[in-house]
Ligand binder design. Structure first.
Ligand code: TXA
Ligand code: MG
Length: 333
């Protein structure tokens, strides 16, 4: 079992990756668990360490679009347009894979998800590696993602070699995943790059779940089939605070509550709806809710709480990613 070391030096992190070790690192979305994407051995160790099902492919990270041939066999026209617009950033494009990428990383698919993160430490480290780095989110499989290095240590201590220490992740939710094999492209996972912004470039783009052929979706994005983002506490979603009124005080004493803050100063009759919860957060925007979402779930687990009441945010362009994670965390997909 490896001893997990916390490091601050990107050179050290890059060197360890080149030696085939597992290094967690910060990105603008969530922390990732990096390995050399060309190494079967490193991939085998990573799937084992994370407890990840072998049929769920990993995203390959590059420092720059100039390094494209390290990961992909070709550049579909749609991928190029999306990268020109959104890279570096919270976007992953699914494209034909390069034969250099381990087939364990791609879960034997003929495609690979490629992302160029917009994070100074991640980019420096990738640049120094000079090779493609596969990295799933740094949580144990099925658990909420990690947005702090401490959360990575909590899940992965003794299972990985290094954690490159960085700040709290800025976005807090994982990248938008876009399948560029299809024409027009299809959004497999919602993220900060919204469907509307992609539609400005490719008007026919839809979410994969809107496609008639659901089987095709599972084939295109095997990861959608597995349980995700789930804390130990039970999650209860609600839309308006008045729905909380019926929850007894004993239950509130072992529960956490998160909502949007325009709901926090509700009419007097609703104010008592929030009383008595042992852990509470009111987020002033969708961005803040998204940024702190996973850490909120983790903190409730640290405190051994039984239930987490989460406000399901209204359905709008900016809320697709957060709604998706809320529904999945609650097991509602
Ligand atoms: O923001 C992110 O994307 C983070 C950071 C670390 O970059 N990574 C991340 O990785 O969220 P992970 O492994 O937790 O999620 C990757 C998702 C899964 O749903 C997986 O099925 C999908 O991307 N994916 C990866 N390669 C794919 C491929 N070739 N075709 C379809 N879906 C793919
Ligand atoms: Mg993940």
């Amino acid at each position: 079992m490896p001893q997990t070391k916390i490091i601050d030096d990107v050179n050290h992190a890059a060197q360890a990756l080149c030696e085939g070790l597992i290094v967690a690192f910060p990105t603008e979305t969530v922390y990732g668990l990096g390995i050399d994407a060309t190494s079967d051995q490193a991939a085998r160790r990573l799937f084992e360490a994370k407890g990840r099902p072998a049929d769920n492919p990993l995203i390959v990270h590059l420092a720059d679009v100039q390094h494209w041939p390290l990961a992909a066999a070709s550049m579909p026209a749609s991928a190029l347009v999306l990268l020109q617009r959104f890279a570096p950033g919270p976007l992953t494009v699914v494209v034909p894979r390069s034969p250099f990428i381990s087939s364990l990383v791609t879960a034997s698919l003929e495609t690979v998800g490629v992302r160029i993160p917009n994070h100074p430490q991640a980019r420096q480290m990738l640049e120094l590696c000079g090779r493609p780095i596969a990295a799933p989110s740094a949580n144990r499989s099925g658990r909420p993602s990690c947005t702090t290095w401490q959360a990575v240590l909590e899940d992965m201590d003794g299972r990985i070699d290094y954690i490159l220490r960085g700040d709290v992740c800025d976005v807090g939710l994982e990248s938008t995943v876009v399948d560029c094999i299809n024409d027009p492209p299809v959004v497999l996972r919602a993220g900060r790059v919204t469907l509307q912004r992609i539609r400005e470039l490719f008007p026919g783009t839809v979410f994969a779940r809107e496609l008639a052929e659901q089987d095709q979706l599972i084939k295109a994005s095997p990861g959608t089939r597995h349980a995700h983002y789930q804390p130990k506490a039970t999650i209860e979603l609600f839309e308006t605070l008045s729905e909380l009124a019926k929850i007894p005080l004993v239950k509130r004493a072992e529960s956490a509550l998160a909502c949007l803050s325009d709901e926090v100063a509700p009419p007097k009759t609703e104010r008592s709806s929030c009383d008595g919860f042992v852990m509470q957060a009111s987020f002033d925007s969708l961005e803040t809710y998204g940024k702190q979402f996973y850490e909120f779930l983790r903190e409730a687990d640290r405190r051994g709480l039984k239930s987490i009441y989460l406000q399901l945010v209204p359905d709008c362009e900016q809320s697709h990613a957060l709604r998706d994670r809320l529904l999945r965390a609650a097991g509602r997909t």
